[in-house]
Design a protein around this ligand. Sequence first.
Ligand SMILES: [Zn+2]
Length: 684
Amino acid sequence: MKSRWVESEAADVVARGAETGLEPDLALRLYTTRLLGSDSKLVLHGGGNTSLKTFARDRLAQKIEVLRIKASGADMATIEARDLPAVRLAPLRDLRAVETIADEDLLAIERANLIDPAAPNPSVEVMLHAFLPHTFIDHTHAGAILSVIDQPDGEKKCAEIFGGRLAFVPYFMPGFGLARRAIAIFEQQRPSDGLTLGKHGIVTFGDSARQTYERMIDMVSLAEDFIARNGRLYAVTTAGRQPEPVAAVAPIVRGACSQQDEMVEGAWRRLVLDFRGGEPVLSALQAHSSRLAEGGVVTPDHAIRTKNWPLLLPHPAAGKLEGFAQATREAARAFVIHYRNYFASHNERVGGGKHELDPLPRVALVPGLGLFGLGRSKRDAVIAADIAEEWIAVVGDAERIGQFESISEADMFDCEYWPLEQAKLGMRKDLPLAGQILAVTGAAGAIGAATAKAFAQAGAEVALLDLDVAAARERATGIGGSPLAIACDVTDAGSVCAAFAEIATHFGGIDVVVSNAGAAWQGRIGEVEEEILRKSFELNFYGHQRVAQAAVKIMLAQGTGGCLLFNVSKQAVNPGPNFGPYGIAKAALLALMRQYALDYGADGIRSNAVNADRIRSGLLTEEMIASRAKARGLSEKDYMRGNLLGREVTADDVARAFLHQALALKTTADVTTVDGGNIAAAMR
Ligand SMILES: [Zn+2]
């Protein structure tokens, strides 16, 4: 590992900091924190922390010695001065006189001593930084360090690798207790560069940002060299039996890792997936799968993201998907039972009172294919997958130089259910569609885009399908979640199949489809060319059928129901003169919607439609509005409000109707009318 300190960059950071009143030390503190944070071999997703002892002015302009410490959960890669809250140092140091302190009391003391009372909470490791006397302190969970300390003889290995430069602190739960033990060992042994925290990570310290940072790089390099020198090589060949594609495997994994809601019939707790293949994952799965299956985090911080064990699945051999599906469901059931037992026994050990987290896996290992990270959102799934990849690499290296050993199950539980760790996830309240995946066709149009946005804001992950992928991408910008734009021509069966395979590969499956793409053709029915009628059916009927068929295939593989929603026009029930080519195809679409409701109700798949009229969109352009209004002798405004309520209907109104249908778990074969009132188009 090489130092990424660049003198000119550092000078630049100091110069820019001076413009906003940052002292050079603080500017450089931010610089090296970002250097550490942007290297995934050192720090992942909010892990690790850094600090600086300096001076600040309080409200009365008095100079006070403070600890600038990374805020809990802040990302080191993008850290700013506001993410390093300043805490009065003297009251923290006074806590050395105390043997134990409750978490809430410690947090209250920290908050009471913040220079800015509105600042975020300091890192859970604040006391470690406060007790050590050094000006600069860096703490990471570097992979190479973890590989050498997550061993039964980790202390011996550290002595061999680092000599007296790092003192070894045996594992203790992060927080106040660890800080007390660390400072005692530091004072006894006086190491020159820092500490290794058994089964947890590394601390380096120094007088300057550069010295502290480069000590971190030096120590990690020593560990890397040790692994390179002593690591056994495994002969692995990843050329094995051909697996089924990720698109076919993911929905099975996702379905098995879902949980029926016991309170609401028909509701499921679902997760989103993120897949990782690649050589390192595949060879590690082949070489160490039985060790990996036993689990054990490489550092306690990971527990809240990955749980303590992965779900180990069999190889999904090509052509044998049914057997794989059965084994996957059994493995997931066993995982849930194991997790529940783990919770129950340790909750009893600590005197009860903990609230059980969902028992679903967060990492699934599939030998010969790769791994899946699972989360309540795509973002959480990506974090779980990132950590799982790092975990596999660390365990693999640990096994190459000895024997990987994690913390005990009891220690693990104490971290997983430590309120201060849970707080890092934030007090997130689930949105109504959290964990669900939506695909919307015609997503670049007015109704498609409004629907994508409404579902994203309700917590769903959204795939926007459109002929014009650039326009879909634009519509995806800023709607929330992690939207995915896909080029899709619904008149082409191959294009629809490819789009749904991409959705299953990227998100893990599908729960709701809004089949919306359409276009209007006109012609007097007795005279219209057959070609026109066929074109309209190709898009306005078969297009929906292809989309629904592709979605249902994935929904059946998941086995957790689903929802098909179709955009039928008022033409389906109330034909307009010379609109036969469009209206008749839409009437057939209405019948299609009912057929899906009938044929797949027993599988929990609902099928509904929205009957909307007179929305400003690609089908009803401003030009058409002007000409129609003129033909009827109306103002454009009155034309758009020509309904019983006298209100203009918007694309957002249609989007909300789709959202309502997606949430109405006891409703199928329904048509929701969104037209401001039109008796001729009323369903009954
Ligand atoms: Zn840590």
